[in-house]
Design a protein around this ligand. Structure first.
Ligand code: SF4
Length: 374
């Protein structure tokens, strides 16, 4: 099983961000920490009989969490029977502007062995458009600093399809990223969501976004150049050097159970999916009243669950070993097999022996494949 710990603070909201984030200050930190402890006490027992495969601090901005609180959270986990003997992946998401030598040293001492940095692009004008707090130099310096401080496993996020982003600017970001001492990279294309600063200006911004053709070229350039730099695409939007695929995210793609703690955190446990209430004060109130902070839960019917597991697993380029999949999750009913046959015929998928994979076309149109399956 995996643990996801959501840290909802940010120093300033980015213009495209649709997550629930709140300004960081000491009263928010204390309320969060106190409530998280109460939530941990509620769920701790569920870990019995399991072993932790990965822990992920996501946000928000986990690099804003006070070190003593981070230490305490990890100490609760360490005291659990689920803490394994062997070292496992512990990731912390960080913004480049927060990372100092002292912080990085402290993270290492706490056993955090993977950093995921929100770099987004290496073009200062675009970083400003996005409302980010760092510039490209800060991002590059932060990666090198983390490496110098002993972090071997560094991942960065990059975004494309941005308003005002030219193919040339994207190529520059990718070329620079290839030179960085990173082991993993995730690509995102921008979506303009309601309740964001971008949404208010969506008509103007939409007009400045790359054309579909440029967007496709951006993706193709990234796949080619990252591959040449030994960062191989192993999932639709994730690239890694050999031996460094994200253990935590692989769990999401292969149906590993996970418990999410913190406001708005999702969990997937005993085939049920649920989410905590998003707002910090409501989350805290529920826990203080000894009530569950969950405000949404669903358990899919067997066929719907199989469909979803299959669609998510197909995101991995290695594909799905069908006999192993059926052994683990149950036999695929005829209706799903018929959908697979159709997607094979339409060349969105390919099959060799028992392995089902997305084709080149399927990789480009994954959303279509997923909607056909789900
Ligand atoms: S740092 Fe991340 S979570 Fe925070 S506002 Fe920006 S995009 Fe949102």
């Amino acid at each position: 099983m995996s643990l996801y710990i959501h840290v909802p603070f940010c120093s300033k909201k980015c213009h495209y961000c649709h997550f629930y984030v709140i300004p960081q200050n000491s009263s928010h930190h204390d309320l969060y920490f106190h409530s998280l402890k109460l939530e941990w006490e509620r769920i701790e027992e569920r870990l019995n009989g399991h072993k932790i495969s990965s822990i992920y601090f996501g946000g928000g901005t986990p690099s804003l969490l006070p070190l003593n609180q981070l230490e305490q959270i990890l100490s609760w986990c360490k005291a659990s029977t689920a803490w394994p003997e062997k070292t496992f992946e512990i990731t912390l998401e960080a913004n480049p502007e927060d990372l100092t030598k002292e912080k990085l040293e402290a993270y290492q001492n706490l056993g955090i062995n993977r950093l995921s940095m929100g770099v987004q692009c290496l073009d200062d004008a675009l970083l400003e458009t996005l409302g980010r707090q760092h510039d490209s130099k800060k991002a590059i310096d932060a990666v090198y600093l983390a490496r110098e401080e002993g972090f071997e496993n560094i991942s960065i996020d990059l975004m494309y399809d941005l308003p005002g982003q030219s193919l040339q600017s994207w190529k520059h970001s990718i070329d620079q990223a290839c030179l960085l001492p990173i082991k993993h990279l995730s690509l995102y294309n921008l979506t303009i969501e309601p309740h964001t600063a971008f949404y208010k200006k969506r008509v103007e911004l939409q007009a400045k976004r790359p054309s579909d053709q440029d967007s496709l070229q951006m993706l193709e350039y990234a796949v080619e150049k990252l591959g040449e730099a030994e960062l191989h695409r192993y999932e639709i939007s994730a690239f890694a050097r050999e031996g460094y695929i994200s253990q935590h995210n692989s769990g999401y793609w292969t149906g590993r159970p996970f418990l999410g703690l913190g406001p708005s955190a999702f969990s997937y446990w005993e085939k049920k999916r649920y989410r905590n209430v998003a707002k910090l004060h409501a989350y805290a109130r529920h826990l203080e009243n000894e009530e569950s902070p969950i405000d949404f839960s669903e358990e899919l019917e067997e066929e719907a669950s199989l469909r979803e597991l299959l669609a998510i697993h197909l995101r991995l380029l290695e594909g799905v070993d069908l006999p192993a999949f059926e052994k683990r999750w149950g036999n695929l009913p005829l209706t799903i097999k018929q959908d697979i046959e159709r997607l094979l015929k339409e060349a969105y998928m390919k099959q060799s022996e028992e392995k089902l994979q997305l084709s080149e076309q399927g990789l480009l149109y994954y959303d279509h494949v997923a909607s056909e399956l789900i």
